[in-house]
Design a protein around this ligand. Sequence first.
Ligand SMILES: *[C@@H]1O[C@H](CO)[C@@H](O)[C@H](O)[C@H]1NC(C)=O
Ligand SMILES: *[C@@H]1O[C@H](CO)[C@@H](O)[C@H](O)[C@H]1NC(C)=O
Ligand SMILES: *[C@@H]1O[C@H](CO)[C@@H](O)[C@H](O)[C@H]1NC(C)=O
Ligand SMILES: *[C@@H]1O[C@H](CO)[C@@H](O)[C@H](O)[C@H]1NC(C)=O
Ligand SMILES: *[C@@H]1O[C@H](CO)[C@@H](O)[C@H](O)[C@H]1NC(C)=O
Ligand SMILES: *[C@@H]1O[C@H](CO)[C@@H](O)[C@H](O)[C@H]1NC(C)=O
Ligand SMILES: *[C@@H]1O[C@H](CO)[C@@H](O)[C@H](O)[C@H]1NC(C)=O
Length: 662
Amino acid sequence: MFYCRFLLYFYLLYFGASFRVIAASSQGNDKAPKNLHLVKRNAIKTRPSDALGGLEPGDPAPAFQVHTLDGMFVYSPRNESGRALIVHAFTNKSAFLECLWTWSESLSDLLDYLPSSTEVLMLSMDETAEQDALWMREQVYRAAAHRGKEILSRLHFSPTHVYNLGNWIPRVLYSWGCGGHNCGLGQVVFSSPDWKGPVIGKRLNARYDWLYAHWSTDPYRLLDVGDGCAPVASLKGAVAWVSEGGCSFFTKIKNMEKSNATGVLVYALPGNNIQDMNCKGDECFTSLHIPASMVHFQPKVKEALQKGRPVNVKFQVTPSRSFFFGIDQRGVLSEMGWFLYPSFRFMAWQAQWFVFNDALLEQLSQPAVTVSVFDHHDMHGNAGAHAVVDLPADISPYDVLELDTSLSCPGRRDETCAHWDHTVQLFVCCNDSSPYCNQELGRWVTAFRRGTGHWLTDVSALIPLLNNKKCSFTMKTAPWAMPWMTTLNLRFSQSNKTERLYPFEVMPLFNGGTFDKDYNRRYHEITFSIPAATKKVELYAVITGHGSDDNNCGEFCVTSHYFLINRSINNTLVFEAAGSPLGCSLLVPKGGVPNECGTWLYGRGGWCDGLQVDPWRTDITSQLDMSGSNSVRYFGLFEGRDPNPKTDPGNILMYSYLVFYQ
Ligand SMILES: *[C@@H]1O[C@H](CO)[C@@H](O)[C@H](O)[C@H]1NC(C)=O
Ligand SMILES: *[C@@H]1O[C@H](CO)[C@@H](O)[C@H](O)[C@H]1NC(C)=O
Ligand SMILES: *[C@@H]1O[C@H](CO)[C@@H](O)[C@H](O)[C@H]1NC(C)=O
Ligand SMILES: *[C@@H]1O[C@H](CO)[C@@H](O)[C@H](O)[C@H]1NC(C)=O
Ligand SMILES: *[C@@H]1O[C@H](CO)[C@@H](O)[C@H](O)[C@H]1NC(C)=O
Ligand SMILES: *[C@@H]1O[C@H](CO)[C@@H](O)[C@H](O)[C@H]1NC(C)=O
Ligand SMILES: *[C@@H]1O[C@H](CO)[C@@H](O)[C@H](O)[C@H]1NC(C)=O
């Protein structure tokens, strides 16, 4: 069920392309004619609001004010930590937004997960803006009826139509465009020979990860088959028109697949809302191979079908404005990424990331000796990013080394970002003839098409790798990946521990390899003694699981890794979250990039998309004989046993050390 991301990607690429065209052309319209400055230079200078065309992600958000149901909402630019603001523009023309606003789980996600430092401004793009504002507020109030109401003071509902705001907000909504699941207007177009024109309605596709098929743009014949709770005679080539209720969405689609239907349209009963058609429990382990969407009931369609008149249906996506953007705690404009399904949880995830990023920037403003290695350096191809830098003359006073790393994209919008998640590794060499040359100093995994990743990784234990004044750094990802712009600063500092310990020597232990039945045979016990003056010994490992065998190993299977000291004490790392539905989303508060354009939500084997890989560190001093000989053995297991894949074994990417401190 996890291979879906490949299909998802092609689907998104397909629709993404049509939106990009729109974004580019509206950008073009926003630009002043080239010669304007020659004619009216002064006029332009004295009217700065005319110069707002270039608002892009990363720019400071200008001041604005908006009428709301509870008075005037005033935004003034900020420089330092304040509250983040998310702006949402609703339209009833989107089935996705209808579901976002009516699904109880979505509304409770808003109430439960929106961080307390975030406010939301809700707008409407429809002629019924005033009713929409009242309705949105009502939806939230109803959901909040039995809860603490603190959040309500942070939600603002504007009765002013987006087109009447008279400020820069519409310009961002228009020009940023929209290419994700959360935007574009998914529609169905019904036609019948007796009608003057087509009947067009909104649709919401069934959730992608259990469905392996997509609508084509060709017309299909529509056939009424009741509630779809039992298979029917052959529907070959037709789309089944099925009412909601009676059985699960999964059952309906499964039955229609058995009946050889080409696809399924489930209609909401009159007065009901379009729902997020997803699988539940065990259903999710069965994949389905025909597309399905949910739509509103259409009396004209029902009538024509009852009369035995032919009805055809086509599927289309009309591009839309952006429905969301953010302003972070420091007043910086930000895209919100993709909402993979209609839940306010995605809004909350983006807001959680704003909180993380604000704290990170605060941490980075603390004093440290920094060395700039890469500054928006192009990381691409076999060479990756490479630089030779001078370290501070004396690093011996520092017991802390952190990597301040960010990955951005060639352009300012996420649409310019590389599409795939790939491992990024940083290698360092400070002495060509030293065995420590080209050891891995840090590891990250790129986000699916989002350029905001920024992480601070504590690699203090590896200070001994920096054993010379001049060091060369190489950061690489898959050579075929689209380019990333990497920024890396080394930060040397002193911890405020009462007794500082300094790592003075590292001893490389085990590396990973193919996770097959011979995996553990490659490892042998290592014996070692402790260097004189050692006060502490630490086991340090960076381990990630990749690939996909018949057990989904190592990306999505739970593997465990043992470092057995003196044949008597296991130090164990288990990737419990691998394969869990929301495993990686839980790491957004720790810097995981949210709302990526792919299956970033699932837990993985020791890593997440858009996140650093945290080194695993264990103090093993008490397990050792400090004056005698000791031993360490490694083995890695799947479900408590040696791995034994039937197909395409995965691999474990690992480096591990003993670190000696004095
Ligand atoms: C932000 O801070 C800088 C320096 O303190 C100041 O020059 C600038 O005017 C401030 N900008 C805003 C929007 O407050
Ligand atoms: C959305 O449109 C439908 C159909 O026109 C209407 O019944 C419903 O009240 C509208 N909802 C909102 C929030 O405007
Ligand atoms: C669906 O198609 C298959 C293959 O053509 C056929 O064997 C099967 O009988 C059909 N099922 C129905 C319900 O018509
Ligand atoms: C480089 O490493 C070699 C081998 O460990 C060592 O002999 C040499 O002294 C090192 N050079 C410097 C400048 O540290
Ligand atoms: C320094 O110590 C204080 C109190 O022990 C702690 O709260 C703070 O986070 C520490 N600072 C750093 C940079 O570790
Ligand atoms: C270490 O863990 C392995 C795997 O669970 C187990 O077979 C072994 O008995 C453990 N060894 C010790 C000494 O606990
Ligand atoms: C570790 O093993 C060595 C022999 O390999 C032994 O001498 C030593 O006592 C052991 N240490 C502990 C803490 O068990």
